[in-house]
Design a protein around this ligand. Sequence first.
Ligand SMILES: [Mg+2]
Length: 252
Amino acid sequence: MSDVIRGVLFDIDDTLFDYTSAERAGLLGTLAAEGLVAVFPSPEEAVALWRGIMEEEYARFLVGELTFEEQRLVRVSRFLGRTVGEEEATAWFAGYSALVNAAWSAFPDAAPVLEALAPRYRLGVVSNSTLAHQLDKLTALGLLAHFGEAAIVCSSEYGQAKPYPGIFLEGCARLGLPPEQVAFVGDKYDVDALGARDAGLRPFWLDRSGGAAGQGAGAPVDEGVTVIGSLEELVAELDAVSRRRSGHGRAG
Ligand SMILES: [Mg+2]
């Protein structure tokens, strides 16, 4: 079996884009603006609560259980511990999103690594989000030029979210490559790494915590999954794959 990799598909949030930091800035700014800082035991606990609720309710939106507006309403209600109306939820998200957007930033390794890979690999994106939102984000971060719009697949437009195999295969099709020639890089172990592996891609799990989060420090990962601590490590891993291939190459 050939182990050549010709394309790389990326997750966006918390892979190329520092979602966690922007979310934190947005939430703490909102709490300050609303006079709610003292309601929570600590800022860290408020951030953790907001994050946990987002993960659960956004997952329900991704599988079609809630509309986009409904998941926002439920998130604010659960976070504040009372039922809020649509108007209040809309106002909350208007303020929150403005603060999040003001804090948008790419991880420092994102642009250099995309530049390093672009001459040798076809690059694309598979994201559990909406296309308009992610195009705005990639444009603002200066990263869109590395991909081009045609190579961006988002779950809202595709109709299924990661870890559903079809969305990974759509990403490969956009690159014009079979899945076994495409690496996938993402921060969520189940959704990104195992999802990509199960669709037949080459999964690279990005654990920027250095083993402190995700699967837990030192925990074994499943067969076929390569763990990287930064995007720079991805370049080294892909180079190692090419070297192994050229080492074996001529005879077979
Ligand atoms: Mg992510």
